[in-house]
Design a protein around this ligand. Structure first.
Ligand code: SME
Length: 165
């Protein structure tokens, strides 16, 4: 049994340090990408408060052969399965290779609502050899839920996962 439940009083930086340590422990010796993303989605859900969705989209071939984002392991409500690389917050993160931190999703042009409860969102690309291979997506029902510290913490997690998802 794994028991990674974090202390409620942890400050954000320490919370992400512990999350990254737990993710490292669970994925370092496991070559299966789906198993690794599934466990990391569960860890993000355990460690990060006030979320309504936490998970992955992977870059893969669409029906016309063009790259698009394809739903990966997550915790939350069933979500959009395929997202074009130029659509939504996830597409913006994937195509730019840059973190997207959105305080108010209703003000983001092209935001894709997978759960009407979502109010803010943080999307971080997972890069390998300079190319986006996946994104980590966090949604919250609270406006402005994600700080710059959340973005830094999630980027560390994304970098740890580069060769493992
Ligand atoms: N809101 C995202 C779509 C994915 S869901 O939030 C799970 C977007 O605009 O890309």
């Amino acid at each position: 049994m794994y028991d990674f439940k974090p202390d409620d009083s942890l400050e954000t930086g320490e919370r992400y340090r512990q999350l990254c340590d737990a993710a490292d422990a669970l994925t370092s010796d496991e070559p299966d990408a789906v198993a690794n993303m599934a466990n990391v989605a569960a860890l993000m859900w355990e460690f990060l408060p006030d979320l309504n969705w936490a998970g992955f989209y992977r870059v893969g071939a669409g029906k016309t052969g063009q790259d698009e984002l394809i739903l990966g392991p997550f915790v939350g409500r069933p979500a959009c399965i395929r997202i074009p690389m130029d659509k939504g917050v996830c597409g913006a993160a994937a195509s730019s290779g840059k973190v997207q931190r959105v305080d108010d999703v209703h003000a983001f042009p092209g935001h894709i609502a997978c759960d009407a409860a979502s109010r803010s969102e943080l999307v971080v690309p997972v890069l390998r050899d300079g190319r986006t291979i996946a994104v980590i997506d966090l949604d919250s029902p609270e406006p402005g839920r994600f700080t710059a510290e959340d973005a830094i913490g999630l980027e560390k997690l994304a970098s740890l996962l580069s060769g493992r998802v």
